[in-house]
Ligand binder design. Sequence first.
Ligand code: ZN
Length: 144
Amino acid sequence: MELSAPSAAPSASPRCEERLSECGIRPTAQRVRIAGLLLSAPQHLSAEQILASLRAAGARVSKATVYNTLNLFAAHGLIRQLSVDGSRAWFDSNVEPHYHFHDLESGALIDVPVPAVAFSRLPSPPPGTEVAGIDLVIRLRKKM
Ligand SMILES: [Zn+2]
């Protein structure tokens, strides 16, 4: 599978710094750089793709730093972590509520707007709990 590299040289824009600060994240140079890469467009990127892009752009950054930064961003609501297939973590720059198509062949994730889906029945949550959110991944394959 060919991984398309996201825009290679993100500029450390003041807007990214602002968004980090708004989410309660101290905007270090490395965090601003990683945020700039992810937030440059509505997109879904794996940690591996982000690491590859940063290194291609000449950044000396460890895998652990990228993972820790992405987890920090997700914990603060700057980005959303997606559980798609268990084999890798995907990060979504769109934190508005939405669902996903997942193309099994290409690995691509495609946004599905909430109004496009209707749930006719859901189980009652266990006593003492309430539904905090619903994830929906619709897996796609080529028509047989
Ligand atoms: Zn999405």
